[in-house]
Design a binder for this molecule. Structure first.
Ligand code: GDP
Ligand code: MG
Length: 601
């Protein structure tokens, strides 16, 4: 298809404002998916997306759409639509999708109005110079207030409130008119058809049967089946076994030209050969410079991931390699723990990302995993000026520390103005610093805070929701670091440190953490032949203490006078039980105790 007849657009919105549902109607109206095959949120292909009702991965689909020109002659266009996730953890997915488009449909729920991620995604689209088409969705809802929110949107993106389109992804009302408008307003892609081929890899997935499937957007030139291609960052060359468009499944074509979006298959099985952000060119006529690529996303939260069955370690390593292909934000390196054995320290964009990765590893690779309490990254400057980056609390340095720095975020909270007081109180408890406040309308306010990431990443959003009866929305972005009074709390069993339970917390919260953890372990660790003290300590100073009392009789006591075979059986049983025990110093701790102590919170 020549570029004049192509339109590449994405749908961006706050979570639940109806992106995937609108995408469904478009798939149906354009005939890409027929009524029989249709199911809600068609493009949410992963089980986990369907169960949770959220989009995690962006999806590209090509749809035909005919529109009569000024002379009345019908012109067949091809639209490439990219559905994107809305959650703050997946902004990185969104920004890659935006780079493959010229236009963005900015969707706003007509019963909710603008929310925090509406703003965040709009700013991303503006940074990418996309043409923005503002649209109000869910106009079928009785609670919809299209007039009011059209004003709000026009105030934000400019233009006339009457030009804000009104649709219902549920009933399909207004969706044809929206497709027409996309063709009219979104500029066709521009590129040099005669130049050496350059295509940007914006995603890739591993398929058990076909190997790596790479998703690309062609910027210049043309890629054809059977020719040899080069991945510019690694210089690796491959034969293009298949190339095509996705509509809604892969359809092989005789190539992809300027502005086209599609997939390619080289038969490569090694996931590292197809890197998101890399440029694909032609081996016979290679481009001299690669495309810009994407900035590597910076993981914000780290956690240890360990197989419950130690022999699964190689499976876990292989699974992480495969997931990484599909999830550029994932980073990991091997780690060992006294308590948990061999595993990985894994970096994530946020807690939802952690949950999703863990769940995908368990489901798609049949693993049973335990994850340690998540933490952010700290920079520790020593008196001698050396700097240590800490991604695992147990590696927090001893010795003379000059300063500890923690990551901070710029948070944007949108809420009805009646909740200002409640929000301020919460943010103060979390060491927040109010930067500014604006009224979007008489009753809706935007508050901007600087907050330590560690304070926001765990239960902040739940707290915010419950204090605002669900009306507040939150978005945040990284905003550097600040010095803070942070200490490491260690947990000791009989004087031996248990690495998996160390935590870095603010000085004022150290005591509460120590008491909570020591209390939990006292409940979870079975009694031993001897007394076991549990201590929480900051450096050499003990801040909390519990004791597990000794059992009086040993297991053989009840067999006195009994027959010898029963005695032996008991001993063997005890030995088996020991296998699943970890020994910390002299103390036997069942692995379940670690799991229970780490998981509940
Ligand atoms: P996304 O997170 O933006 O992809 O949102 P979804 O498409 O998953 O929709 C979120 C919820 O809103 C789902 O329960 C949809 O059924 C519902 N929904 C989406 N569009 C409409 C609409 O036009 N009208 C009504 N009444 N509900 C809608
Ligand atoms: Mg969705």
């Amino acid at each position: 298809t020549p570029p004049e007849l192509l339109r590449n657009f994405c749908i961006i919105a706050h979570i639940d404002h109806g992106k995937s549902t609108l995408a469904d109607r478009m798939l149906q109206l354009t005939g890409v998916v027929d009524a029989r095959a249709m199911r809600a949120q068609y493009l949410d292909r992963m089980d986990i997306e369907r169960e949770r009702g959220i989009t995690i991965k962006s999806q590209a689909v090509r749809m035909p759409w005919a529109l009569a020109g000024e002379d009345g002659v019908t012109v067949p266009y091809a639209l490439n639509m990219i559905d994107t996730p809305g959650h703050v953890d997946f902004t990185y997915e969104v920004s890659r999708s935006l780079a493959a488009c010229e236009g963005a449909v900015l969707l706003v729920d007509a019963a909710q109005g603008i929310e925090a991620q509406t703003l965040a995604n709009l700013y991303l689209a503006m940074q990418n110079d996309l043409t923005i088409i503002p649209v109000l969705n869910k106009i079928d809802l009785p609670a919809a207030q299209p007039e009011k929110y059209a004003e709000e949107i026009a105030g934000l993106v400019g233009g006339d409130p009457d030009d804000v389109m009104r649709v219902s992804g549920k009933t399909g009302e207004g969706v044809e008119a929206l497709l027409d408008r996309i063709v009219r307003l979104v500029p066709p892609p521009q590129g040099d058809a005669d130049a050496a081929a350059r295509a940007m890899i914006f995603d890739s997935v591993y398929d058990t049967y076909r190997g790596v499937v790479t998703y690309v957007r062609v910027i210049d030139g043309h890629l054809s089946p059977r020719e040899r291609i080069v991945m510019m960052s690694t210089r690796a060359t491959h034969e293009l076994l298949e190339i095509g468009v996705i509509s809604p499944e892969g359809i092989p074509t005789d190539g992809l030209g300027v502005g086209e979006v599609g997939y390619l298959i080289t038969g490569v099985k090694d996931v590292r050969q197809s890197k998101v952000g890399d440029t694909v060119t032609n081996a016979g006529k290679p481009a001299s410079t690669a495309l810009g690529g994407y900035a590597d996303p910076k993981p914000m939260v780290f956690s240890g991931l360990y197989p419950i069955d130690g022999s699964d370690y190689p499976v876990l390593r292989d699974a992480l390699d495969k997931l990484k292909l599909n999830d550029a934000a994932l980073v990991y390196e091997p780690e060992t723990s006294v308590a948990l054995g061999f595993g990985f320290r894994v970096g994530f964009l946020g807690l939802l990302h952690l949950e999703i990765v863990r769940e995908r590893l368990e489901r798609e690779f049949d693993l049973d995993l335990i994850s340690t309490a998540p933490n952010v990254v700290y920079d520790v400057t020593m008196e001698d000026r050396s700097v240590v980056t800490v991604t695992n609390p147990s590696e927090f340095p001893g010795g003379k520390i000059k300063e500890v720095r923690e990551p901070v975020v710029k948070a944007t909270i949108l809420a009805p103005s009646e909740f200002i007081g409640a929000i301020m109180e919460l943010c103060q408890q979390r060491r927040g610093d109010l930067q500014g406040m604006d009224y979007l309308s008489a009753e809706r306010v935007e508050m901007r805070y600087m907050l330590p990431l560690a304070e926001i990443v765990f239960d902040f959003f739940d707290q915010l929701k419950s204090r605002t009866r669900g009306y507040a929305s939150l978005d945040y972005e990284q905003a550097g670091e600040q010095a803070a009074d942070l200490v490491k709390v260690d947990i000791l069993l009989q004087g031996e440190q248990v690495d998996a339970f160390s935590a870095i917390v603010h000085k004022d919260k150290a005591y509460a953490y120590g008491v909570m953890m020591a209390g939990k372990l006292r409940e979870l660790i079975p009694r031993q032949q001897f007394e076991v003290p549990i201590q929480a300590a900051v450096g050499s100073r003990v801040i909390a203490r519990e004791t597990i009392r000794a059992i009086r009789k040993d297991v053989l006591a009840k067999c006195y006078g009994g027959d010898i075979s029963r005695k032996r059986k008991l001993l063997e049983k005890q030995k088996e039980g020991k296998k699943r025990m970890k020994t910390i110093g002299r103390v036997d701790v069942p692995q379940e105790a670690f799991i229970a102590a780490l998981s509940s919170e």
